[in-house]
Ligand binder design. Structure first.
Ligand code: NDP
Ligand code: 2IT
Length: 443
């Protein structure tokens, strides 16, 4: 019989100084170990858990580039190729000074389960660099991306490993990375997703994570005979995921009262409209400027959105941005659902608060899977040399999110009727990967 404490001790010992990775593994194996002990005791002998918690390959490399003053800059690049049991490695690239191996291993680990949940044939990976894109000129970003790809290209490929965007990596960066890959390899393949729609990209990919999050929340509410109409929603972040989550929430009749970034929180008591969102998008990181045009809004410097009364909370910024105290305030204020647009935004203690209060907690690996799902659809379109229209991609995205929701219910419904979405997502995402690993032998 597998023992949780013993297994976590083993992981901690083998991955010292990697708190985020340990946090992600703990959150998954707390559900998997009882499940395996009850249903799949052969996985213990096959060492499925030990293997799934060990990246198949990690590459780390030097990235040197010249800034606008012709000063040499040195950064570190990474690609964590976590698991390829069900398909090529797939997952984003993050450019942020906070990037380190612990963060990328936690993200790659989560990605394995998330990608499996989409039902598409994609394995899990993640990469990035400690490069800080803030304040860099467009040409500095380009030179950095070119240098980064000049090493990364050896390790990726349309059928090997397909990176995409994440924090600090959007359409512009994917463009520069793709241009350099194509120049080196002299071929036009689907080696990256999130490309522009006129050069191999998929419609709806930029919107997919945020839209998918709201489709998932719609499923959650529908399961309780409820809808988004009139619900008050607090969102954190003001980047790709937060923006399109807000847009879809507004389109579905909800009232979005907050957006935020690392400088603070913008609270609009009247709720954001599409027009207000478009204006916000023109302000870049200076979101406090919004209050100059819209008097219904107040900017709270250095504060998070979770103090504001809401029905639904959508953390869409970064890991561990919502702690125990925030969770308690949300519950006290009557919040009925927390659905994660970001990866692991809730601390382990916060998740315990949600579960104890029996409110809905939808983990990122289920709720934000829409982004990678449409990346998977972009790979399919590239493979067959076609481009599907917006409606076709959007309806497939919706169907995938509905399917993930059904999987969560199937494996996460407790006897009392409460749905433990975390358990549902962990077990539902694990089974396919574990069976594939078993079938493929000791590799
Ligand atoms: P972006 O770079 O577009 O935006 C990130 C946003 O989060 C910015 O508003 C940023 O503010 C804010 N943020 C970042 N770090 C912090 C912090 N420490 N404290 C407060 N705010 C912070 O990234 P994305 O929107 O793409 O990614 C957001 C989250 O969603 C990440 O967890 C990512 O892993 C996850 N995700 C992304 C997917 C995608 O398709 N892009 C898919 C699935 C998940 P500032 O500018 O001030 O730093
Ligand atoms: O965390 C994520 O799922 C992403 N950043 C998207 C990955 C992808 O390959 O589209």
């Amino acid at each position: 019989m597998l023992n949780l404490t013993k297994f976590l001790g083993y992981v901690a010992e083998h991955n010292p100084n990697e708190p985020e990775f340990l946090q992600a593994v703990t959150e998954v194996v707390e559900d998997l170990i009882p499940y395996i002990n009850n249903h799949h005791q052969d996985y213990e002998t096959l060492k499925i858990l030990e293997r799934i918690a060990e990246p198949e390959r990690v590459v780390s490399f030097r990235v040197t580039w010249l800034d606008d003053n012709n000063v040499i800059q040195v950064n570190r690049g990474y690609r964590v190729q976590m698991n390829s049991a069900i398909g090529p490695y797939k997952g984003g690239l993050r450019f942020s000074p906070t990037v380190n191996l612990s963060i990328l291993k936690f993200l790659a680990f989560e990605q394995v389960f998330k990608n499996s949940l989409t039902g598409l044939p994609i394995g899990g990976g993640k990469g990035g660099s400690d490069f800080n894109p803030k304040g860099k000129s467009d040409m500095e970003i380009m030179r950095f991306c070119q240098s980064f790809m000049t090493e990364l290209y050896r390790h990726i490929g349309a059928e090997t490993d397909v990176p995409a965007g994440d924090i600090g990596v959007g359409g512009r960066e994917i463009g520069y990375l793709y241009g350099q890959y194509k120049r080196i390899q002299n071929n036009f393949t689907g080696v990256l997703t999130g490309k522009g729609v006129h050069w191999g990209g998929s419609y709806i990919r930029p919107e997919a994570t945020g839209y998918g999050l709201l489709y998932f929340v719609s499923c959650v509410l529908d399961n309780n005979n409820d809808t988004l109409e009139g619900k008050t929603i607090a969102i954190s972040g003001a980047g790709n995921v937060a923006y399109y989550a807000a847009e879809k929430a507004i389109l579905l009749g909800a009232k979005v009262i907050t957006l935020s970034n690392s400088s603070g929180t913008l609270y609009d008591e009247d709720g954001f409209t599409l027009e207000k969102l478009h204006h916000l998008a023109t302000l870049g990181r200076d979101i406090q400027e919004f209050t100059k045009k819209y008097k219904s809004a107040t900017f709270y410097a250095e504060q998070k959105p979770w103090q504001f009364k809401c029905d639904i909370a959508l953390p869409c910024a970064t890991q561990n941005e919502l702690d125990k105290n925030d969770a308690e305030i949300l519950v006290e204020n009557g919040c009925i659902c927390v659905a994660e647009g970001a990866n692991m935004p809730s601390t382990a203690e916060a998740v315990k608060v949600f579960h104890a209060a029996k409110i809905v907690y939808a983990p990122g690996k289920a709720a934000n899977a829409g982004g990678v799902a449409v990346s998977g659809l972009e790979m399919s379109q590239n493979a067959i040399g076609q481009q599907w229209n917006t409606q076709k991609v959007d309806s497939q995205l919706k169907a995938i999110m509905e399917n993930i929701h059904r999987t969560c219910i199937r494996y996460g419904k407790e006897e009392c009727g409460y749905i433990n979405y975390l358990r549902g997502a962990n077990i539902g995402g694990f089974i396919k990967v574990a069976e594939a690993m078993k079938a493929q032998g000791v590799v």
